[in-house]
Design a binder for this molecule. Sequence first.
Ligand SMILES: Nc1nc2c(c(=O)[nH]1)N[C@H]1C(S)=C(S)[C@@H](COP(=O)(O)OP(=O)(O)OC[C@H]3O[C@@H](n4cnc5c(=O)[nH]c(N)nc54)[C@H](O)[C@@H]3O)O[C@H]1N2
Ligand SMILES: Nc1nc2c(c(=O)[nH]1)N[C@H]1C(S)=C(S)[C@@H](COP(=O)(O)OP(=O)(O)OC[C@H]3O[C@@H](n4cnc5c(=O)[nH]c(N)nc54)[C@H](O)[C@@H]3O)O[C@H]1N2
Ligand SMILES: [Mo]
Length: 813
Amino acid sequence: MTNAWTDIKNTDLVVVMGGNAAEAHPCGFKWVTEAKAHRGARLIVVDPRYTRTASVADFYAPIRQGSDIAFLMGVIRWCMENDKVQWEYTKAFTNAAYIVKEGFGYQDGLFTGYDPEKRDYDRTSWDYEIDEDGYAVTDPTLQHPRCVWNLLKQHVDVYTPEMVERICGTPKEKFLKVAQMIGECSSPTKTMTSMYALGWTQHSHGAQNIRGMAMLQLILGNIGVRGGGMNALRGHSNIQGLTDLGLMSHLLTGYLNMPTEKETDFETYMKSRQFKPLRPGQTSYWQNYRKFMVSFQKAMWGDAATAGNDWAYDYIPKLDVPSYDVLRMFELMNDGRVNGYICQGFNPVLAFPNRGKIVAGLSKLKFLVTMDPLETETARFWENHGEFNDVDTKSIQTEVIQLPTTCFAEEEGSLTNSGRWLQWHWAAGTPPGEAQHDTWIMAQIFLRMRELYRKEGGAFPDPILNLSWEYHDPTEPEPEELAKEINGRALRDLTDPNDPSKVLVPAGKQVVNFSQLRDDGSTMSGCWIYSGCFNEAGNNMARRDNHDPDETGAYLGWTFAWPLNRRTLYNRASCDTQGRPWDPSRKLLEWDGAKWTGYDVPDIAPNAKPEEVGPFIMNQEGVSRLFARGMMRDGPFPAHMEPFESPVPNVFNPKMRGNPVARIFQNDVAQFGTSEEFPYAATSYRLTEHFHYWTKHNRVNAALQPEFFVELSEELAAEKGITPGGWVRVWSKRGSVKAKAVVTKRIRPLHCDGRVVHVIGIPLHWGFVGAAKKGFGPNSLSPFVGEANIETPGYKAFLVNIEPSTAPAGVVA
Ligand SMILES: Nc1nc2c(c(=O)[nH]1)N[C@H]1C(S)=C(S)[C@@H](COP(=O)(O)OP(=O)(O)OC[C@H]3O[C@@H](n4cnc5c(=O)[nH]c(N)nc54)[C@H](O)[C@@H]3O)O[C@H]1N2
Ligand SMILES: Nc1nc2c(c(=O)[nH]1)N[C@H]1C(S)=C(S)[C@@H](COP(=O)(O)OP(=O)(O)OC[C@H]3O[C@@H](n4cnc5c(=O)[nH]c(N)nc54)[C@H](O)[C@@H]3O)O[C@H]1N2
Ligand SMILES: [Mo]
């Protein structure tokens, strides 16, 4: 989230597109209710299904899943054509005026530089024209034909309301109504907030969906302001923490990158991370990268990380492929190239796509370790449950070791919410039976491994032997110790660079925040963006002061938000070029002539003059990007792409399947179905009454939503002879499931490109262990394809067929 949950009450218009917040985020959704009740805010929902969120919306528009880019580019086109642009913001705070170098182009659904063999782009033409001083050339008059603004105008020109209807199935007048409501928010005193989740992310072009809306928000002047922003509604209680702390296979902590095998030494690694400003006088804050990286290395390896050994750079694993995401891991497992798998708090058999492939992969392992408080289908993947898990147990030789862990309520620690707030919590119960904290288990594994390396040596034991492990009880690091390590401390006295006699932080003391981190080995910090969470003032994540001057929703005394306790990112952009709030009634900050003051922690140097320093300090430009340069694998502008399995061809290039640069494994291509065989567009989702695969263990939840079902329209049911409440079989190229049919008016057939498209909805909460009735889930059917930039599996758009059926064997109908 750029903003925070509590900020949503400040908005004039909520657009829920690519998510179902009332269902999946019912507690956070109360801030939408606040905005509606107290500001007269309106709510728009754009979803293939008439959802629980839609049921409380002011306006609902249907859309075919996987087609949002066309919709969003259509809205941008409409805003440009109807002068619904916050001009001062767009001109000063985006790269609209930047000139793109000659040679860049777009045709037939593809940008320049496409190589069909490699399924990748050469992105060199996707960049600015650079002058002799190394700065990007701009044309503030926006006249230049190759300035970003004019290229964008050209790019979106094709997305007329008629084209949006043709691709998305959204009736033209509904689309126009949405565009008008959104367009009103181009006024400096009206804001719109975007709330999205998996309906956007879980596509092979997911990141481009999000960029599409981010660009729209920039043109409307809605980023950095109260009630605005791009608000990703995150999933598990600490999934934000997971990405922040570098649990993605290609990331270190705080969004530092894992080195690649080409970056053989530290200086080579740092060479592409200089972040020289692209315009005079800009901050380009990533210029501090080296300080954060060295402090991270010192946190990992302490005294063993020295200037002489590049701060133990050789200890950091180097990637030979872009990432070891879950899809690649299971591909490797199927290839017989993985022996063991430690599955900590994960249930891949139900959660990952193409269950057949997941189970086949697990069956090839020598050992599987699960760490989980509950029984999972993954730990029991080898057990035959009739139609619900029809495996040949005898042929599976994988040894499964189940390690029972505690659950969130039995442990202390912090959880980071969608709004980047690190909220400390305390244990409410003692662990039952043999359950142990995850930290205890991890410590045991580490200590035993280290012992083995000590005894037996090995090819390169140094990173394990030298790992910093300075805990009071090495067998179980305490949550507070870990939090302090993450915050960071001075390893030597840190003196004032302007006055070396002055000690800013004495050796051994916690740094105040990341602004004190250094690249000379004198500081350590486990995760720079979290620095400030636990300093000498104490555990700031445990703060619970709910004062909120001017009722901005910032609550600066409540817990700690990264970075630097800032609640709204880019908040400098809430003021005009002179530093005056766009909307005085919704002030966040203002320039008092000498410094920035206000209700939030300024997202800019306190004395940075408003006319000189741009608000987007993390970008080399100092402004935001309507044109993403070479930073996205699949294009500098979002362009319409179909899902790999789509009921209609891509109107711009019928030969193009899915995202042309998404990585697909050869074996999976044979498992893609066509619309002839599988005519219906399926999507999958969650229900309020269940949390994934946990709550089917609980009889109350199991009673509330007892049974696996699929949803379909009355029209399709009539066509197929399906009776409400009767059994159906749904199958894709990859598998088959049986479910009860929910025939509903909430799903309506769409009309796309001259065809009728029927949508089938599949909720995901059932399996074969637990208290609920046994059931299937969508992932026996879903395809094995990831998002082109980040490899999130595409669960939201695939093709199936459906027919009336009988109950699974052994089930009383
Ligand atoms: N009760 C409950 N709450 C949960 C969870 C749970 O299991 N139970 N899970 C948590 C987790 S981990 C997550 S990640 C979040 C997920 O939160 P959401 O993403 O809100 O949850 P989903 O149910 O997956 O909803 C996706 C919505 O997107 C729509 N959709 C699908 N494809 C498209 C598309 O292409 N375009 C558009 N515009 N819409 C589309 C679907 O119809 C559906 O309504 O929920 C969290 N909250
Ligand atoms: N078709 C389809 N598939 C999907 C999705 C979809 O929308 N459609 N959504 C995807 C998304 S967004 C998500 S997040 C995944 C969810 O997929 P998973 O994360 O695999 O599903 P969960 O059931 O949440 O599994 C988490 C496990 O962690 C355990 N656990 C809880 N607390 C702790 C703890 O403190 N320590 C340990 N070690 N374990 C703990 C739980 O008991 C549970 O078994 O599913 C994905 N799969
Ligand atoms: Mo999730």
